[in-house]
Design a protein around this ligand. Structure first.
Ligand SMILES: [Zn+2]
Length: 121
């Protein structure tokens, strides 16, 4: 290893620099962890799920996408413990289910009402 102070080369197992006497680190410096940019950011599927869950309030079919994206995101996050966005994916998934259920019930009632009305004529 090289002395960090004077740059002299020393045997790898030496504790002190043979040239200047500086204590040498025996433990290797921890390598800089690979760019965390890719893993630390929120899972993009989780973001998509949450966005679709919110838009689904207004455009119902998108709440189906919220469920699909949320399920995919949770699967990806489960495989990668460093991935973030589990809360977002869960929120998107739940939003999607709740909104889709609400719309299905609403459409069911609307259909029933139409059927009832049409039976009157
Ligand atoms: Zn030295």
């Amino acid at each position: 290893m090289y002395c960090p102070k004077c740059g002299a080369q020393n045997p790898d197992n030496s504790k002190f620099c043979g040239n200047c006497g500086t204590a040498l680190q025996t433990a290797p410096v921890a390598p800089v962890t690979a760019a965390p940019v890719e893993t630390a950011r929120n899972n993009s599927m989780a973001v998509a799920s949450l966005v679709m869950g919110i838009i689904g309030f207004f455009i119902n079919p998108l709440s189906i996408l919220a469920i699909i994206f949320g399920a995919i995101a949770l699967g990806q996050i489960a495989r990668d413990p460093k991935a973030k966005g589990k809360g977002m994916a869960t929120t998107g998934l739940v939003l999607g289910v709740v909104v889709a259920a609400f719309w299905i019930i609403a459409l069911f009632w609307l259909g029933s009402a139409l059927w009832w009305v049409s039976g009157r004529f």
